[in-house]
Every structure is written in C-alpha cells, then in structure tokens.
Design a protein around this ligand. Structure first.
Ligand code: AMP
Length: 284
C-alpha cells in the first residue's frame, strides 16, 4: 500500500499506474470503522485500483472545537487499510489542500438549505469544496459515499451532475450496530447509557416509517409527535430536527407519499448524531 502526503506525488503515482486502470475512490476523515470499510470493499470489487483519502477537513466544521477534538488515529487507520488491500492512501496536510490565499469554494444551493444545512452554516460548502478538490487530484472513475450522510450524498451527486464531472457516484447502505445505531466516528464519545439512548433513534425511525406506510393519510406533524414520543431521551438530550422529505429534492413533504425519507439529527448529551430511513414505493 502506497501512502502519499503531497498532490504531485499522488498524481505521479496515479499517472504511472496507467490511464486504462479504473480508480475507485473513498474519501474519509479517518477514524475508520466498518461503515468506511464497506465502502472500500465495494470499491475493491468494482475497480482495478482503490484509493482512500484521510483528511479532517477544517472547512466543513462550523465549530472550531469540534474540528480540534475530532478523533484522529492515523496509525490504526493505515493498518486497517493495509488489511483491506487498499492500493493507495492520500493523507494531505491542511496546508497541502488549503495553501495560504485559498479563495475558491463550491456551493450547491437548494439541496443544502434544509436538514443539516439549516443548522450547520457553511458545512456543505466545505464538503463540496474538498470533495471536488480530491476528485481533481485522484480523478476516479467511481467514488463511494455512505447513505448514512444522505444529504451529503445528494449534494455530491448534484455537484457531479451540475459541473459535468465524469465520475460515477456509488451510494452505499448504512452499516449499523446490532442495536440499530448507525456506525459513526462520533459513537466513541458515547457512554454506555448514551449509546443505549442513541440506539432508540433508528428504532423510532423504523416504527414511524411503519406507521406512515400503514396510515398513508397521516400528517407530518403526527409523525413528528410519534418520533419525539418513541425516543428514549434523557434531559441532556434533544432533537435538533426531524423531517419528512422527498428523497431526491430534500424538500419537506406536507402529505405522506412514497418515496419519502425520514431524516433526523439528535443530540445525545454533547454528541450530535444523524440518521435517516428511506421508504420506497415497495419498501416493506
Ligand atoms: P467520514 O469519515 O465520516 O467523512 O465518512 C466517510 C464516508 O463514510 C462517507 O461517505 C460516509 O457517508 C461513510 N460512512 C460513515 N458512516 C457510515 C456507515 N455507518 N455506513 C456506511 N457508510 C458510512
């Protein structure tokens, strides 16, 4: 497994590999878990060569403290990537990606207004900017993103479409703990009792989805009430948002009609967790 820290070295290596090799790319912020590995395994299956980037992107954190306290363990990450048989890792510094006087950013407009975008100003601008830069450096045939970060996935798909990038975006299902909690680098911050409370997020999304499917005439407000009621929260926790949106446009639905996406952000103590559930026409 080759590891590169600079853009020229990365480009030179990829050029040496030859133009006819298809590159699969998995951008990450490190602190790798089974969710990340599922993306990597999929890429390994579908491409000649798999490239992973690890970069904690300062531009997408709207709180400096959150950026500074983001868990980093490059040694453990590299060992996991080696085991997976990844071909190349790109590990740039902040200065490598954002040299002084960096002035250009990418803004995907409509899709970033609701859900997480409403609570994290500038977040998706940071995500789109870094992902476009990484795409330009790696020039993959395919790039792999988790449905766990559903709005992020849609923003990247839109950017690729709007800017005519010759890259296929592959959406990968959310990997979960046995109790349903979506794997996330943030889960390590949870105490045992917080973890238990957090697991009620997905369980409740599922029961709200079942209710919505069996009561198609129900109003979104009653689904919201059901969600709040179903969660097992304590006084330190709070729901940031619960929305029912169209899965392509992410606009809020007033009436339930398939397909729809239930999306939520919940603070469990000091940890912000997001999750979602997509209900298609023939979902059971
Ligand atoms: P991150 O390191 O959090 O930026 O995530 C890197 C990629 O892994 C993103 O495409 C995420 O959507 C994806 N990812 C994170 N958690 C999961 C999960 N539990 N299941 C599937 N993909 C995930």
């Amino acid at each position: 497994m080759r590891i590169f820290y600079s853009i020229p070295e990365t480009r030179a290596f990829l050029k040496r590999m030859g133009r006819n090799k298809q590159i699969g790319f998995v951008p990450t912020m490190g602190d790798l878990h089974a969710g990340h590995l599922s993306l990597i395994r999929r890429s390994k299956k579908e491409n000649d060569c798999t490239v992973v980037s690890i970069f904690v992107n300062p531009l997408q954190f709207n709180q400096k403290k959150d950026y500074q306290s983001y868990h980093r363990d490059t040694r453990a990450d590299l060992s996991a990537l080696r085991k997976e048989g990844v071909d190349m890792v790109f590990l740039p510094s902040d200065q490598e990606l954002y040299p002084d006087r960096f002035q250009t950013t990418v803004n995907v407009e409509g899709l970033t207004q609701g859900l997480c975008g409403a609570f994290r100003p500038g977040h998706f601008r940071g995500v789109a900017t870094v992902v476009l830069k990484l795409f330009q450096i790696v020039q993959p045939a395919r790039a792999y993103f988790g449905q766990k970060d559903y709005q992020q996935l849609k923003v990247i798909e839109k950017m690729v479409h709007d800017l005519n990038l010759p890259i296929e975006i592959v959406a990968c299902p959310t990997v979960r703990e046995k109790d349903g909690l979506a794997l996330s680098s943030r889960n390590r911050r949870l105490s045992i009792s917080e973890h238990k409370r957090a697991s009620s997020i997905y369980a409740t999304l599922r029961s709200v989805a079942l209710f919505a499917q069996s009561h198609p005439a129900s109003a979104v407000t009653s689904l919201r009430q059901l969600f709040y009621k179903g969660l097992d929260l304590s006084e330190e926790d709070r729901v940031e948002y619960f929305e029912v949106v169209h899965p392509d446009t992410l606009t809020t639905l007033k009436k339930i009609q398939t397909p729809f996406l239930l999306a939520a952000a919940v603070w469990i103590g000091k940890t912000r967790l997001i999750d979602n559930l997509l209900v298609n026409r023939n979902s059971k």
